[in-house]
Design a protein around this ligand. Sequence first.
Ligand SMILES: C[S@@+](CC[C@H](N)C(=O)[O-])C[C@H]1O[C@@H](n2cnc3c(N)ncnc32)[C@H](O)[C@@H]1O
Length: 193
Amino acid sequence: MSAIKVTEVAHSLVSGRLQAGDIAVDATAGNGHDTLLLARIVGKTGEVFALDVQACALATTGSRLKEHGLDQVGKLYQRGHEDLAEVVPGCHHGRVSAVMFNLGYLPGGDKSLITREQTTIVALQQALEILSKGGLCTVVCYPGHEGGAREAAAVARFVKELDPGSYRCQRHDSEHCLNHSPFLLAIEKVCPG
Ligand SMILES: C[S@@+](CC[C@H](N)C(=O)[O-])C[C@H]1O[C@@H](n2cnc3c(N)ncnc32)[C@H](O)[C@@H]1O
């Protein structure tokens, strides 16, 4: 299974969980593929908050949403996902149905501008706080690039240490899995608090 297939598993899990009218977050907007998926499902009665540190990523995401008539659904923020709980209004905390993370660098962009272990873990903590009961957080990790292995290991450790009474976690590995192959962690919040 290639990297693209791991992201497809994330799409499939989120599609099974999210409904029209829901609130969702794309914590790494990038080229907007995940934001578009979320916006398509929640539709005009829902809201998608999409964050990225790069203006060019948000411009691509905005154009993609516009092409599909969904630009009103997505709210785009040039902010780090470590500010997630600030970006998503307090009235939505505990009501967010899905948060997607697709770590690493912007495909076709600057490969030295990557997500980083420290901020990713802070963002994950906030993502789990704002999720609803039954909400889902997906994290696609890429150990193959420089800095990626450390970050992927830190995310895997963070997930392993979650309280099993509050979170149900699944790991999906790439087919023909090698040490550097991308993998997906899916975290379901089964019990708030
Ligand atoms: C693999 S790409 C995301 C792909 C995207 N989800 C898509 O569907 O096209 C990773 C993105 O994370 C962004 N990024 C890096 N550090 C970040 C941070 N602290 N907060 C939010 N986004 C960040 C990068 O700018 C890059 O666009």
